[in-house]
Design a protein around this ligand. Structure first.
Ligand SMILES: [Fe+2]
Ligand SMILES: [Fe+2]
Length: 172
């Protein structure tokens, strides 16, 4: 590729840079939730959110690398501060689900743009994210379902905490 020659257009480049920011914000949000659950003594929940943090940073890095592979410039922008106090566990997972639904919409908007711009490479690149979002929302819904079953306190929470403590990060 000649120097300065871009394989993806400016619109797509800007939108992908914005997505890097959203993924790092996601990581920051889950890091904050991990800090909060550590603070209230739920180390399993804290572990789950920290794995989530690692996944989100990996999502950001995938886009970072993709832009560079395409000869585009990475522009890092300011990351908004996440909330640092939460009502209860249900509130945290409902916020998590709501945030993931927002990210899913954002990924779908990127796919639409890539289609509009006839950017086949970016369409294929984004397929992984489309599939990943299905799993993200399913995971959140599963935990919300469990929290509904046990209520927000008591022994059930400790059982869920132990289970979430077993989650480990796997690079994708
Ligand atoms: Fe993500
Ligand atoms: Fe996510």
């Amino acid at each position: 590729m000649k120097k300065g020659e871009k394989m993806i257009n400016k619109k797509m480049e800007t939108a992908l840079n914005e997505q890097i920011n959203k993924e790092i914000y996601s990581a920051y949000l889950y890091m904050s939730m991990s800090a909060h659950t550590t603070h209230i003594g739920l180390t399993g929940f804290a572990n789950w959110f920290m794995v989530q943090y690692q996944e989100e940073m990996e999502h950001a890095m995938k886009i970072y690398k993709y832009l560079q592979d395409q000869g585009s410039k990475v522009h890092l922008k300011e990351i908004e501060a996440p909330p640092s106090s939460f009502k209860d566990l249900m509130d945290m997972f409902q916020q998590t689900l709501k945030h993931e639904q927002f990210i899913t919409k954002s990924i779908h908007d990127l796919v639409n743009l890539a289609m509009k711009e006839n950017d086949y490479a970016t369409q294929i690149f984004l397929q992984w994210f489309v599939t990943e979002q299905i799993e993200e929302e399913a995971n959140d819904n599963e935990i919300i379902g469990k929290l509904k079953l046990v209520g927000d306190k008591g022994n059930g929470i400790f059982m869920i905490d132990r289970q979430l403590g077993e989650r480990t990060f796997h690079s994708n």
